[in-house]
Design a protein around this ligand. Structure first.
Ligand SMILES: NC(=O)c1ccc[n+]([C@@H]2O[C@H](COP(=O)([O-])OP(=O)(O)OC[C@H]3O[C@@H](n4cnc5c(N)ncnc54)[C@H](OP(=O)(O)O)[C@@H]3O)[C@@H](O)[C@H]2O)c1
Length: 258
């Protein structure tokens, strides 16, 4: 399975753990060249330490905080130079917080929405000149199904992907004239370090594995389990590939049916 991605040059934010790491791994196995970033470059390098030398030549690692515009500009420039162009961008690194609906303040909503748009808009704006020169230009945004089905316990965290969805649709219309596909992968609960952090914060006495099972039951996920990062990687690769040539402004849900 290679999705006809051999030789494609992909930029992905947040490739050091979780969904981003699994997606980079999958893209490399498809023969793509990848540039990825994280805030902690040492940890990012450590996460890719065991790569074989041939594959390692197709992976470029950078330090970049997606919320710092100057760093994002530099990352896009350095990635394009390292790969001699950019064919696809995956907006993966993001951040949001927030508690339940009545207690969440307006400023918390604004902060989460602003951050989610910024994490997409800055990397998109800076990679756009390179994408316009590509034969197969694609933008894929990773966000949560909570934008479609809000979680009242995570009110502003649900508003943020909803805003991102609207932003993506507008962008897909605007970039259609450039043949740039702009699509989203909306994930449900995926077993990543982010969920381990939620488990720690919850103070639950359940083991992490039992807590994940209880989360799946609480959310009535039809598949009765949470997802794995590698189950998100394939849909991301598909949307980056020539196989998605007539798709834009749409979303693939990877959420076990929820
Ligand atoms: N896991 C889920 O269940 C779930 C559910 C809904 C939506 N999502 C979305 O899926 C995406 C990936 O989530 P994940 O769970 O795989 O995350 P994760 O395991 O926490 O990994 C996040 C990666 O992004 C990097 N990162 C975080 N903040 C960054 C920043 N400001 N600038 C640059 N890099 C940054 C991290 O490295 P550093 O810390 O070194 O920067 C790390 O490599 C996120 O957009 C998240 O909102 C996930």
């Amino acid at each position: 399975m290679d999705f006809a991605l051999a030789g494609h040059r992909i930029v992905l934010t947040g490739g050091g753990s979780g969904i981003g790491h699994a997606a980079v791994d999958f893209l490399l196995r498809c023969g793509a060249t990848v540039s990825t970033c994280a805030r902690d470059l040492d940890r990012l390098r450590e996460s890719w330490r065991d790569l074989d030398p041939e594959t390692a030549r197709r992976l470029h690692l950078f330090r970049c905080d997606v919320f710092a515009n100057d760093q994002v500009g530099r990352f896009a420039f350095d990635a394009a130079r390292a790969m001699d162009g950019i064919d696809g961008l995956v907006v993966n690194a993001n951040s949001s917080s927030g508690g339940d609906a009545p207690k969440t303040t307006a400023s918390q909503y604004s902060k989460d929405v602003n951050q989610n748009i910024a994490a997409a808009a800055h990397p998109i704006m800076t990679t756009l000149p390179y994408l316009r020169r590509s034969e197969c230009p694609r933008i894929v945004i990773v966000d949560g199904v909570a934008g479609r089905t809000p979680d009242p316990a995570l009110a502003s965290r649900s508003s943020a992907p909803a805003a991102l969805g609207s932003y993506t649709t507008s962008l897909s219309f605007a970039l259609a004239k450039d043949r740039i596909g702009v699509n989203r992968v909306r994930v449900g609960v995926i077993d990543t370090p982010h969920q381990r952090e939620r488990h720690r914060e919850s103070g639950s006495e359940l083991s992490y594995e039992d807590w994940l099972r209880s989360e799946a039951a609480k959310r009535r996920i039809p598949y009765k389990r949470v997802g794995t990062p590698s189950e998100v990687a394939g849909p991301i690769a598909f949307l980056l590939s020539p196989l998605s040539s007539y798709m834009t402004g749409t979303a693939l849900d990877v959420s076990g049916g929820k």
